[in-house]
Design a protein around this ligand. Sequence first.
Ligand SMILES: Nc1ncnc2c1ncn2[C@@H]1O[C@H](COP(=O)(O)OP(=O)(O)O)[C@@H](O)[C@H]1O
Ligand SMILES: [Mg+2]
Length: 123
Amino acid sequence: MAVYAVWNNKGGVGKSYLTFQVASEYARTHPNQRVLVLDLCPQANSSSMILGGIEAGEAAIEQLSGMTPPRTIAGYINDRIVSPYVDTHSGASYLTQARTINNAVPANLYLICGDEELEMQAS
Ligand SMILES: Nc1ncnc2c1ncn2[C@@H]1O[C@H](COP(=O)(O)OP(=O)(O)O)[C@@H](O)[C@H]1O
Ligand SMILES: [Mg+2]
């Protein structure tokens, strides 16, 4: 399994867009592999693009983050804050198969959706 981190402290340099493109294109050209995007940015722009773009994507993020528990990175972090040393065995329940929301992306593309709540959790 290969893991890639896309990081830069400065905003507006293309992290979100590059993540969307690289993940989608890799998934399209490697249909027998599963690709997971773990969106750790509170702005969640990669998640928005993967889930359908500015309007549909933002609506999808709102829907996922409004679930109980939120089906986003914030939901997972909440689990870990409550019991940091106990294996919750619950990571998989925070996954979204992007195709179930946006049929323009490959079926082997999975997402742990970003969430603005991460900003609060980080502090
Ligand atoms: N290769 C590119 N060519 C043209 N515009 C780009 C490219 N990559 C990103 N952009 C645009 O630049 C802006 C910032 O990119 P974004 O991915 O949101 O940056 P970051 O996540 O680092 O803040 C966005 O409007 C995006 O659409
Ligand atoms: Mg970004």
